[in-house]
Design a protein around this ligand. Structure first.
Ligand SMILES: [Zn+2]
Length: 165
């Protein structure tokens, strides 16, 4: 059985660890973007929404070009999930598997992500256990940037029955 190597330089914070593991530089901007998306991992955001959210806090100004480049890079290495919504706008979200591989429902209209918990799936624990053991087995073999997606997609009840805008 393969042993898992400890990180080279002691204990990293989880954001740094993710950036390093994906070969990215641990810049303040990268930490900020990834940290923010992981903290809001249940929702997907457009470039514009991210720009607004991230320019409002902290002393570091994050310019548009830097943000675009970072988002592209984070998406390329599999830390962010990019999808195109019904109005053909790209939306980004922290890759669910970098947090946990939980079955979830994605509403294509309001872009809310809801976990499908035991009440809905009955065997979510089994699914999650299977996902986690597959992920750790692959990690032990040296695979990187792993992600798994158990998504059910559609339109949520609120959107389906709500008033048409
Ligand atoms: Zn909805």
């Amino acid at each position: 059985m393969a042993s898992i190597q400890p990180p080279e330089s002691g204990v990293l914070d989880p954001i740094d660890a993710l950036l390093s593991a994906h070969g990215l530089r641990r810049t303040a901007a990268a930490r900020r973007v990834l940290g923010w998306l992981l903290a809001h991992a249940d929702t997907s955001y457009t470039h514009a929404q991210l720009q607004t959210a991230l320019s409002g806090e902290g002393p570091l100004a994050l310019d548009r070009v830097t943000l675009y480049r970072l988002i592209d890079r984070l998406t390329q290495v599999g830390l962010l999930l990019c999808r195109v919504d019904a109005s053909r706008v790209r939306r980004y979200q922290a890759m669910p598997a970098s947090v946990q591989a939980m079955p979830h429902f994605e509403c294509q209209s309001c872009h809310r992500d809801s976990p499908l918990d035991g009440a809905l799936t009955g065997n979510a624990d089994d699914l999650e256990r299977a996902a986690q053991s597959a992920l750790s087995a692959l990690k032990a073999l040296g695979y990187q940037g792993l992600s798994m997606d158990f998504a059910v997609r559609g339109v949520c009840a609120d959107c389906a029955t709500g008033p048409v805008p």
